[in-house]
Design a protein around this ligand. Sequence first.
Ligand SMILES: [Mn+2]
Length: 412
Amino acid sequence: MADNYRAEYALLAERLTDRGLDVNKIKQRLKDQKIETPSWGFSNAGTRFGTYRQPGAAVSIEEKLADAAQVHKFTGVAPTVAVHVLWDFPNGAADCTNLSAYAKSLGVKIGAINPNVFQAREYMSGSITNENPAVRKQAVDHMVDSIELGKIIGSDVLSLWFADGTDYPGEGDFRRRKAYMLESLQTVYNAMPADMRMVLEYKPFEPGFYHTDIADWGMSFVMCQKCGPNAHVLVDLGHHLQGTNVEHIVAFLLDEERLGGFHFNNHKYADDDLTVGSINPYELFLIYNELAKAEDAPNGNPPVAYMVDQCHIMKSKIDAMIQTIEHIQGAYAKALCINRGKLLQAQKDYDIVTAEVCMTEAFNTDVSPLLKVVREEMGLDPNPLDAFRASGYWERMGKERGDRAGSGGVGA
Ligand SMILES: [Mn+2]
C-alpha cells in the first residue's frame, strides 16, 4: 500500500492548528533538533557475560566516525559524535591529528570527550576517591590530558562519569571520599578553557553495589555548584532506581540552570542501556515535555547536550542508532503537539482530567506523517531506516571490514 503520509500530514496539521499550535514552528524545531551519537555505540561491546561480535563493527575511530556519519546522513539530526579517550585514542594526541578535518569530510563533528578513569587496574578501589594520592593524581592527570585532546579535536564538552563506590559497609568513609572527589573535580575544572564545560554524571549503584560516590542528581548538583558555572549535571536515563520521576529531576535542574545534558537509553531493571523509548516511551515524552517548555521560555540554562549512551549488542548497530534517533524525534514531536494554552488553564482550574488529557492527547498523536514531511523538506528520505538498509552499507562493511575483535567498551 502506498505511503499516504502527505495526506495524513495535512489532516494532522489541521488538528494541531486547532490546538492553537503553529505547525511551521513545530517543523522548524524538529529540523533544528540535534542528537549526538557515541563512538562506542558503533564498536563491538558486551556485557559481563561476554562480547558478541558483529561483522563490520567499527574498530578505529575513523570507522566509528564513518558509521556515525551514516546515521547523520539518513536522519539529518545527528551531526556530532561523542568520543572516548581510552577506546578511541589509545596513542593519545597522535590519534587526534587531523581528526576534526576527517570528521568534517564525512559531514560530522566531534562532540563530547569522555575520559576513562575506571578501566585501569589502578582504579580497582576508585579513581578520584582512592585513598592513594598517587592514584587520585593519575586520574586527575588523565582528565587534564583529555582536556588537551579535546582542544585538538574541537570538543567543548568534557563528559565525566566515575565508577567510584564501595561494595560493603565500612569499606570507605563517605565524607573523606567526598572531600577527595571535590578536590579532584575542582582541579580538573580549573584546567578547562573558558569555552569548555564539564558535565557530571551520577548513578545510584554499579559497579559498587553498596554505595556510589555520586549517587544521584543532588550530589552531582552540589559538586557542580562547588566547581563553578561551567559544570552541569548529566542525566543518564538508565542511572535511576525504579520509580524515579526523571522528568521532575529534569524540570528542577532546568529551573536551577544546571541541566548539562542527557545520556539517552532506557532500562527495565537496572542500567540496561536499551534503546531509548523502547521500554517506557511515555517517560521519554514527559521528559521532552519539560525540555520543550524550557525552549518556549528559556532561562540561563546552558545548551543541553543531547547524547545517546547505548551499546547495542543484539541489534544491528547502525539500524539501532537510526531507530534511536527516530524514537527521540518522536518524543520531541509529540511534546510539541501539547495544547499548551488548554493545559495551563486546566492547571489553574485544578481540572486534573483535562490537564492529563492534554498530555495523553499529544502522546497518542501519530507524529510519523509530520516527521516524514520534515525529512522530505530537509532533503532526506522520509523513512531513514528503510533507506539506510537499502543502501547496502552494513553488508558492504561486513565484507570489507570483516569479523574483528576491536576496541570498544561498555556504556556507562
Ligand atoms: Mn552514561
